[in-house]
Each structure stands twice: as C-alpha cells, then as structure tokens.
Design a protein around this ligand. Structure first.
Ligand code: GPK
Length: 798
C-alpha cells in the first residue's frame, strides 16, 4: 500500500466493517461479489469528496449538453483515476476476492446509442483530467439502450432496466430541481416580451454522477435530469391526436425520461422525443443560469464565463430557451439577448446523412412550445433580411438556408445561424460539412466553421481495457503516457528491440486467448486463437456496410470449399453491434450474418480456418474485451458517410491494423501511421462522384463478377435460410436495385485488401512491426488533444 494512501485505506477498512455490521454479517468474508461492488463504490464515492478538490480553470465553464452519455462502468475507472485501484485490489486479496470479479458485477449504464454518446463520455473524462471546468448535462433514463439477444439468428430486444435507483455512484441533488412547462398560449406584454401561460408543468430532478479526473483530484458533475410528477398528461391535448399514431396518448410524466430513443444516425419525429429534448434543455439552461448568477456575475458577463456546447442538434432548443428567459424573465431587449446567445452557443455536427438531420413539424413544435416558436420565427425573419442583403432575394438560396421552411423547423440551420462556432469531427468531415452541407452558410459566416478531430480517453481504452499493454507502456515510456499520449512516440525507439517485440506479441496472444474464452462461454464456439482476429464492432447501418464484410466471408467460404488444399491464412471474423428496432434492413443483415455463421461454424472442413463469432449485446464493457484482442479493425463505410469513427482509434491504438476506406478519421489514421501500416481500399469521395455521374448500376457488377454473383446467390437461393429464398430480400433487393452505399462497387477492391492481409500476416515480424507502430504513432487520437483543440479553436479562441 502506498504511504500516501495509508490513512485513506484505514478509512476504507472502517467503512467496510461498518457495512458488515449494517448487513448483519460476521465478517466481510461473507459479502457477495454484488455487495463488495456496492460497498466499494459507495465508500470510494465518499472518500473522493474527502480529498481537497483539485484545481480547475474557470475562465469559461463548459456546459456540455448531450442527450446521450455512454459512460460504461464507472467503478474500475474511478478507482484508477483516484489512484485507489492497486490498494483496493491488495485489500481484497486478504479475503481471497479478485477485484476484476467485483468489477464485473456492475451493469453498464447504457445511456447512449453509439459513437456520439461515447464521445461525450470520453470528453467529460478529458475535461476533468485537463482541469477544464465543465458540467455534463444529460437525461437520467430509466431504460438505457435495449438489450440484444438472438433468436433463430434474429435480433430480439428487451428493456434495459439498468437499476438507476440502486446505482451506487450517483446522488440525488434535490436543491437543483427545476420546473419545465409545455403547451398553452402566449400573451403579448410589451415589445419582445411575452407571458407564456403553459398547460402542463413537469418537475426535473437532478441526479449527479461524479466525473473523476486522472490523478488530479478534480471531480465534476454529470448532471442527469429525471422527469417526475405524479400527474399524467394527455399527449392529445397538444395536437388533437394528429401526431401520435405510434404513441400512447395518456402518459405519466415520468415517461418523459423513461427510455432512450434507440436511433443512431436517424431522426424520429415523435412528439415524446421533442418533449424529451425540451425537458433536457429547459432543466439544463435554468441550472446553468442559476449557477452563473449565484456566482455573482451579471447576464452581460454570461458569454465570457459560459459556453453551451451542443452535441449535435438534439439540444438545439437550449437556444430559444435562453432567449425566452432573457427576454421574458429578465426583460432584456432582443439585441441584448441575441448577442448573449450568439456568443455562448457552439454546435458540433456528427453526420451528413440527410436522414439524420433533425426537422420538426412546425405545428407540433408550435403547440408544444408556443413561445419558442415565436422566437424561432423572429430569428428566421431577421436572418432572412441578412440573406437578402448578401445574396439578393433569391428563392433558391433561401430554400436552403431558411430555418422555417415547408412547415418544418430545421434544427441544424437554427444552430448554424445562432452559434459562434460550428465544427465537424474529423478533417474530411469538416471539409465536406462546408462544401456539401453548408456552402452558403460558409460564405455568410466564413470564420464560424472549424474542425476538431475526435479522440478517445487512453485511461479507459488502454489503461483499463488492456492492463497488460498498459504495463508494458509504463515500463517503456518515460513520463506518464496516460496524461500525454504523444509520449507513445518513444515506442518507435524499441520497435526493433527483441524483448519489447516479444512482450508486445505475447500480450496480443493473451488478449486473443481471453476473447476466445469469452466467445466459448457466450456462443459455445471454440475458436482458433492463432487465426487473424478480424473485428467489426459498431452499430448496424447500411452505410457502415457490415454486408460488404459478410459477402466477402461467403465468397471466402465458397472458395475454401472449392480449394480445400490451397493456402489460406485462418480468420476469425468477430461481429458485435445492435440495429435500431425499427431499422428492418439492418436487422436483416444481422440475421444473415448469424445464419451464415451457423453454417460455417458447423462445417468441419472450416474448423480452425474460417469461423464467425457474432457476440450479442454490444456495449462498452464488451468493447473493452474485444478491442485488445483484435488483429484487424474493419472501418469499411462508404467514403464520405462516416463522420469520424472512434472505434477505429481505439482498435488501432491497441495494435489492430485498420482495413478501411478513406473516410472519417481513417484518413488521419493513415496519415499518422503511414500507408505501409494500414490496408486501404475502395472508392474515395472523389471517385464516387465520377461513378455516380456516369450512372451507377449494381446489377452490372453482379453480372460481371462471378465471385460476387455466387456470394449474393448463396443468400438469394436460400442456402443460409433452409431453402427459403425470400428471407434476405430486404437486403438483397436493396443491393441489386439501388445499392445506395456502393457495396458492389467496392467488393472487388475489398477482396484484394483481404488477400493482402492474409499474405501480410504470414510475415510475423513485419506484422508485429506494423502493430507496434500503430500504438506508437496514434497519440494524436487522445481525447485530451481533442479537448485542447476545442479550447484553442472554439472555447478560448482569442
Ligand atoms: C453520429 F449523427 C450521429 C448519430 O446520431 N449518432 C452517432 O453516433 C457518430 N454519430 C458518427 O456516426 C461517428 O462517425 C462519429 O465518430 C461519432 O458520432 C462521434 O462524433
């Protein structure tokens, strides 16, 4: 036990003994693992607040508004960041208890869908670690992202009742309760001042989770709002039943934060979702303002002291909400209020996909938020004047730039008009944001746009997920790479050191063996630990092209059947990921992968050559097990569609070689690591333009490439569906008729890249060298660097 922690561990022991009496046990020996988990979490939470709070920079307080925070398990992470991990591990040993087993008791709080939510969690970790004053604001969902299981190969969903009421890391903070209003009407008072007479009021209760900085004693809140009120409300009272086709009408107020909407890169038009969004914004803005004013600052000082960072357009309503409060409650003039808002809000865009850009029905918006609608109308009107001054009265231009158009409220446009900064999440994405989505906006506001490439926290994604690699890096690198990931550059110096190389290789093999055990336990599938572990883990979406991966697997299977004696480097293809419950095509792809896996895994000829493991219920804690074991990281989206990706960074830093298109952050990964250490394939954004201009016909590829045709026909002829030829029609018809994400166009190039991988793996030394260089050269992708970029380019920009 380190000297500095002696007192704290005495306190810890004291508390353990106290809980022991509390539970009427003779000795801590009798605790179940679940009890240990609860006792450790509760005790450490108290201990954390006993320490003097570390220093934070309060120049500007970052209020990070996000509908999703995919934080993952907190216990291990908090123990590490607080520096208690080793002490508590040693403490438990006296009771023959393994800390890792205790940590497995924690259920992941799955309060997000995918990349966007996980990014928010990494950013909170980095802001605390860098001492950037920050508060995360989100929702305290009762049900996180649904749990996924497979039945006959198909995804089935069940509710994720994650136990928010027993969660040991959060505190209910009754002094922060807010009131949120909906519906009703507005009455003009004077000038831009109105009185809102709402129809319904719901209470928002604050639940705070501690975000612990890495060994700097900084703790900042992630404040999650929970709707509470004994009242029920009738959704019909806002809309005479016109918007509620898919929703129940009489709803308890608590239903507002009951469930996370399970869509990723896709908008939903439901009224309850709009109410959720406003509830989130209203609670957060009120809290931010009251903190600001309580510190003794004036409203004029708000922009100097606060930033409200909008994680995509989901929290856009915070803009008209702050306007409303400034105008109606603080009686500021429009100019004063607008100037404050324009200097305080910043917007991060996470996607170019049109189906993901939020637009709300104007009537629904107006009925639910009549005062906000007036404000948006005025913003829209004043902006129209500005557009006319710049572009003349051009209807074509206005059609693109308008906030209100065709009875819709376009949230992205409201953000661009109102915010002082707009950023994309990787260089290529930020460039496309300007050139494809917002070119006229860029003409109007050339200095608003910038790039901040995403990053990941090395504390969770290396130190915690890959303890063996972490230890090797501790021994190899001078200075703390966990605080400054660029220090990993030093690893280049030992890339030819035999001892280092052997240690690195050994760690990867150990991690693969551990994943093999996990696969055995979950799927009763015994896999070849010496195969290439080729991993695609992410949400299921057509643009991410899991079906491209699948078609190659089928083609490989067919080739191996025809050429049983030819050389082939053994592969294990690992999949994990969920599809939105209403996204039938993506679910069809999941079904196809499972059925093909079943056939291949039961074919004795394929034993130890070709295997497919689809692990159900992808979540942060499962990612932590898969990532350290990967040899190949599949990042195969259609170029121009994946804004950044962050799994690509986690995998490469843990020594997986990327098989990818020139999309998102893959482009920057390739730049950093060098062309020789990455497998690139497929069309680029530019070559796609040519292809589409010439008229893309997927059927031509199908007809001309017998390998592709055979793979498609395998599914079409029912070979993976017990003879039923219609099972995969959804996927196949889409591919053959439109192929909107150019799966067929990239198939041949993808096959060739896979072939190169098979060859490359045979040269163990060269492969290992590439893997090590991936770890050494990707320090840029720490979320600490992302946060520093936000500071210098947006939040504290001079
Ligand atoms: C983007 F628009 C969205 C969305 O609704 N959900 C989501 O996870 C992702 N994203 C992008 O798809 C990724 O490319 C990106 O790395 C991630 O956001 C974080 O920026």
């Amino acid at each position: 036990m380190s000297i500095s922690h002696t007192n704290e561990m005495a306190l810890f022991d004291n508390n353990v003994q106290k809980y022991c009496r509390f539970f009427e046990l003779a000795s801590p020996q009798q605790f179940t693992l679940e009890q240990w988990y609860q006792v450790i979490a509760r005790t450490v939470l108290e201990m954390a607040y006993h320490k003097p709070q570390g220093k934070v920079d309060e120049q500007r307080h970052i209020n990070y508004l996000s509908m999703e925070f995919l934080i993952g398990r907190l216990t291990g992470n908090n123990l590490m960041n607080l520096g208690y991990y080793e002490d508590i591990k040693a403490y438990l040993a006296q009771y023959q208890v393994e800390l890792v087993d205790v940590l497995e008791q924690e259920r992941d709080p799955a309060l997000g869908n995918g990349g966007l939510g996980r990014l928010a969690a990494c950013f909170l970790d980095s802001m605390a670690t860098l001492g950037q004053a920050a508060t995360g604001y989100g929702l305290h969902y009762q049900y996180g992202l649904f749990k996924q299981a497979f039945q006959d190969g198909k995804q089935v969903e069940s509710g994720d009742e994650w136990g928010r009421n027993q969660y040991p890391w959060h505190r209910y903070n009754p002094s922060k309760t807010q009131q949120v209003h909906f519906g009703g009407k507005v009455v003009a008072i004077e000038g831009d001042r109105y009185e809102w007479q709402p129809k319904l009021t719901i209470e928002g209760k604050a639940f705070d989770l501690p975000i612990v900085g890495y060994q700097n004693d900084v703790i900042q809140p992630l404040r999650l709002w929970q709707a509470d009120s004994p009242q029920s409300f009738d959704l019909n009272q806002f809309n005479e039943g016109k918007f509620v086709a898919a929703e129940k009408t009489l709803i308890k107020s608590t239903a507002l934060t009951q469930v996370l909407y399970p869509n990723d890169n896709h908008r939903v038009g439901q009224q309850l979702r709009l109410m959720q969004q406003y509830f989130h914004c209203a609670c957060s803005v009120a809290d931010i303002l009251s903190r600001h004013l309580a510190q003794g600052f004036s409203l004029e000082e708000f922009p100097k002291r606060q930033v409200i960072q909008l994680n995509d357009t989901h929290p856009t309503l915070a803009i008209p909400e702050l306007m409303r409060i400034l105008l109606d409650e603080h009686q500021l003039t429009w100019q004063q209020a607008w100037s404050i808002c324009q200097q305080s809000f910043a917007y991060t865009n996470h996607t170019l996909l049109p189906e993901a850009l939020e637009q709300w029905d104007q009537r629904l918006f107006k009925q639910l938020l009549p005062r906000h609608f007036k404000i948006v109308e005025k913003i829209n009107h004043l902006f129209h004047q500005q557009v006319k001054a710049q572009f003349g009265d051009d209807a074509k231009v206005w059609e693109k730039l308008a906030i209100l158009f065709d009875y819709r409220v376009r949230m992205a446009n409201l953000c661009v008009v109102s915010c002082f900064a707009v950023n994309g999440v990787a260089q290529i994405h930020s460039d496309l944001l300007v050139s494809q989505l917002f070119p006229e906006y860029h003409q109007l506001f050339p200095t608003k746009f910038c790039n901040v490439t995403n990053g990941i926290t090395p504390r969770r994604w290396i130190q915690q997920a890959n303890p063996a690699l972490s230890q090797l890096l501790d021994q190899t690198v001078k200075g703390d790479w966990k605080k400054d990931l660029e220090l990993l550059h030093q690893v280049e110096n030992v890339v030819d050191d035999v001892n280092f190389r052997e240690a690195y290789w050994h760690i990867k093999q150990q991690n693969k063996a551990a994943l093999a055990r996990e696969i055995e336990q979950t799927l009763s599938l015994s896999v070849n630990p010496d195969a290439i572990f080729d991993v695609q883990i992410k949400r299921f979406h057509e643009y991410k092209r899991q079906h491209l991966n699948l078609l190659n697997i089928i083609a490989t299977y067919q080739w191996l059947k025809d050429n049983p004696n030819k050389d082939y480097t053994p592969r294990l293809f690992v999949f994990s990921g969920k599809a939105a419950p209403g996204y039938y095509l993506a679910k069809n792809i999941i079904h196809a992968i499972n059925n093909v896996a079943e056939i291949i895994n039961n074919d004795k000829q394929m034993k130890d050559k070709l295997q497919v493991a689809f692990l159900p219920d992808y979540r942060v804690s499962l990612a932590e097990k898969i990532i350290p074991a990967a040899d190949i990281s599949e990042q195969i989206s259609m170029a121009g569609k994946e804004a950044s990706g962050t799994g690509n960074m986690k995998l490469a830093l843990n020594g997986a070689l990327t098989l990818g298109t020139l999309d998102g952050a893959n482009v920057e990964i390739a730049e950093m690591v060098g062309q020789e250490h990455i497998f690139l394939f497929g069309h680029t954004v530019e070559s796609i333009q040519t292809l589409l201009a010439e008229g893309y016909s997927p059927k031509t590829y199908y007809r001309n490439d017998p390998v592709l045709k055979n793979a498609v026909d395998f599914l079409a002829k029912g070979k993976a569906s017990k003879g039923d030829k219609t099972t995969f029609n959804l996927m196949l018809d889409s591919l053959l008729e439109h192929d909107p994400f150019l799966v067929f166009a990239d198939f041949e190039s993808y096959r060739q890249a896979q072939e190169r991988i098979g060859q490359a793996y045979l040269d163990r030394d060269a492969w290992l060298r590439s893997a090590i260089l991936n770890t050494a050269r990707l320090g840029k992708f720490s979320s600490d660097r992302s946060i520093r970029d936000y500071q210098s380019r947006i939040w504290l920009k001079k």
